[in-house]
Design a protein around this ligand. Structure first.
Ligand code: MG
Length: 239
């Protein structure tokens, strides 16, 4: 899991470094695909449920599951990069949202709130706590700052499959859900909207967008539960 996590994190970094005005989302996907293959790993997303690429690239009001294509990234866009790598039968999954060039202060603030909500949440991700302690902390952090957490999509257990039990919602009352135990690996991934939490799926049957058209940001790492602080398996310089 650590090795898979390092590769996923490296792919996310490679995509971030490639981001610039003028690049297409398809070109970003090529960078990710090449990086994962160079590490002797397999792009987990490619063909998963029929998904046609190695990367989910979701721009501005797109929440998750953006399909790479001919779209050109422009100055001022915020771009979510979500990648998965399978290495020797185990999966690492991570995502981040990055500004391209000069972005509106509210866009930068949304990215910051989303990222920080993850780190606030995982303070509670330790053996002996309940899963919803993490969920509740993320929700509270986000809503205290005037944003909303997406309800229709959630984080997940992860291991030899990308999506395993349990579901890891970014909302809920504390003190509920599975008891966290050392050795569990989870993908914790707040999806945060500037406006309301409602989303819809585009006619391509993949891309999830905010219903009100507001900006959305995503931040995800695969973590390992321990008796102390969670270990982030998809750690990278730019987290
Ligand atoms: Mg995930």
């Amino acid at each position: 899991m650590r090795a898979a996590g390092r590769i996923a994190a490296g792919a996310r970094t490679a995509a971030r470094l490639a981001l610039r005005p003028g690049i297409t989302t398809q070109e970003i996907d090529k960078v990710v695909n090449a990086y994962i293959l160079s590490q002797h790993a397999v792009p987990t997303f490619l063909g998963y449920g029929g998904f046609p690429a190695s990367t989910c690239v979701s721009v501005n009001n797109e929440v998750i599951h953006g399909i790479p294509g001919k779209r050109v990234i422009r100055e001022g866009d915020i771009v979510s990069i979500d990648v998965g790598a399978t290495y020797r039968g185990y999966v690492g999954d991570c995502a981040g949202t990055y500004p391209v060039g000069d972005c509106a202060p509210e866009a930068l603030e949304l990215i910051d709130i989303t990222r920080k909500s993850f780190f606030e949440g995982i303070k509670l991700a330790r053996a002996g706590n309940r899963l919803s302690d993490v969920s509740h902390t993320i929700q509270q952090y986000v809503e205290d700052r005037g944003c909303s957490v997406v309800r229709d999509y959630v984080g997940h257990g992860i291991g030899s499959e990308m999506h395993e039990d349990p579901q890891v919602p970014n909302y809920g009352r504390p003190g509920h859900g599975p008891l966290l135990c050392s050795g569990m690996t989870l993908a914790v991934e707040p999806m945060v909207n500037r406006g309301a939490y409602d989303v819809r799926v585009l006619s391509n049957e993949w891309t999830v967008v905010t219903l009100d058209g507001s900006l959305s940001a995503h931040y995800e790492n695969t973590i390992l539960i321990t008796g102390g602080e969670a270990e982030i398996l998809t750690m990278a310089d730019d987290i």
